[in-house]
Design a protein around this ligand. Structure first.
Ligand SMILES: [Cu+2]
Length: 397
């Protein structure tokens, strides 16, 4: 009776194992069709085609660990099932009744110890390499927002570029009105663009709740935590588009804030930087905008604080003998054309430039704003106290 039960148990668990494995396989087979990145992705494994040394290292460790575990399972379960089958009670097996075996105890201590230390050594090497984000060619900040990513190029070629990156999958695919494409929910309007074969450092943070920035093929993943800055790095060895998503449950649209990294050749990257610069300039300030006096003066206060206070002082009194006061200055109270000329060309006396240098690198809007500010502050109040960006643009020609 008991023997029969044991036999059923063994057969049952074997059947269950086979069934579970079959299920896993079929899930994998289904996943291969839909996985982003297209062909080359293996069904039952991490996404294929790692493109950084770190990602390759991770896959290698993953594979070694998997096969070590498989070997252990085969040995342990093999011995167990063999014992259950070969020494079953119905065949009249009698249990041995020995106690304590030094050899066995030493073996089952030493062997796992060696296996674990061996795995720890390779894993530690990999973790240390992952953490070394020094000497990056380019530093990009990624900020998680509910539910999109913001990118800012902080340091390196492209410095100053910044944009938001949002899901671009059409609503019709989400509601099943249209068929879903291969990059369903893994596509964005503005991908992060980086050059190939260059060390890229990402600093990762968040503005509201915890998100996580990661791309499997680059071998990176990092929690994005409000109030903290963490970093990671990668050096993509192949031009291509690599996809990831937010890896920390962050609210209703967690599944709708993917990450796309577009790795380009040096020339293509430089071209993109040029394009991006133009886009930034274009959206910075509309040079044809008509401002009201209050808004322009408020903007001008910032321009003044950043460019003029060192000499003319916050009080507008300047420094006697070195820098003239702008308060009650006849130049500031005079016609605005002359003041625009001072800003564009600086003040040159007898052919020698004075400390008042040209500020023509400022935009038309900034120049109009700072002039308006000086003409409406410290008691100054000339008749035509409002200068528009188009007045500056006209004077530049
Ligand atoms: Cu998120």
């Amino acid at each position: 009776m008991v023997g029969k039960m044991m036999g059923r148990l063994a057969a049952g668990s074997a059947a269950l194992t086979v069934a579970a494995f079959g299920l896993l396989c079929s899930a994998g087979a289904w996943a291969v069709e839909d996985m982003p990145g297209g062909p080359g992705n293996r069904a039952w494994n991490l996404p294929g085609n790692p493109v950084t040394s770190i990602a390759r290292g991770q896959q290698w460790i993953h594979e070694v660990l998997l096969w070590v575990s498989v070997a252990i399972c085969v040995v342990v379960f093999g011995a167990m099932f063999y014992a259950i089958f070969a020494f079953r009670k119905s065949k009249g097996a009698r249990p041995a009744d020995f106690h304590e075996s030094t050899a066995v105890e030493v073996a089952w201590t030493i062997v796992p110890f060696i296996i674990i230390v061996g795995l720890a050594v390779v894993a530690t090497e990999e973790v240390i390499a992952q953490k070394d984000s020094s000497n990056a060619y380019l530093t990009v900040k990624a900020t998680g927002h509910q539910w999109k990513w913001g990118y800012e190029y902080l340091k390196g070629e492209g410095e100053g570029i910044n944009f938001l990156s949002s899901l671009s999958t059409p609503q019709a695919q989400i509601t099943n009105a249209d068929a879903k494409n291969l990059t369903y929910l893994m596509e964005v309007d503005n991908p992060v663009v980086v050059p190939v074969n260059k060390k890229i450092r990402m600093v990762v943070t968040a503005s509201d709740v915890i998100h996580a920035w990661g791309v499997p093929q680059l071998g990176v993943k990092q929690d994005a935590i409000p109030g903290f800055v963490r970093d990671l790095w990668f050096r993509a060895e192949r031009v291509g588009v690599y996809r990831g998503q937010c890896y920390e449950l962050c609210g209703r649209n967690h599944a709708f804030m993917p990450i796309v990294v577009d790795v380009r050749s040096d020339a293509d990257y430089a071209a993109w930087v040029g394009e991006q610069r133009k886009v930034m300039l274009a959206k910075a300030d509309d040079p044809n905008k008509e401002w009201d006096a209050a808004a322009l003066a408020a903007r001008g206060e910032k321009v003044y604080a950043a460019n003029c206070v060192a000499c003319h002082q916050a009080t507008g009194q300047g420094v006697p003998g070195a820098f003239p006061a702008l308060a009650n200055s006849p130049k500031v109270l005079g016609g605005q054309e002359e003041q625009i000329q001072i800003m564009l060309n600086g003040v040159v006396k007898n052919g020698t430039p004075t400390a008042m240098a040209s500020f023509k690198q400022l935009s038309d809007t900034e120049i109009a704003a700072v002039i308006t500010y000086t003409r409406n502050n410290w008691g100054n109040k000339p008749g035509d106290n409002l200068v528009q960006p188009k007045d500056v643009a006209a004077a530049r020609k």
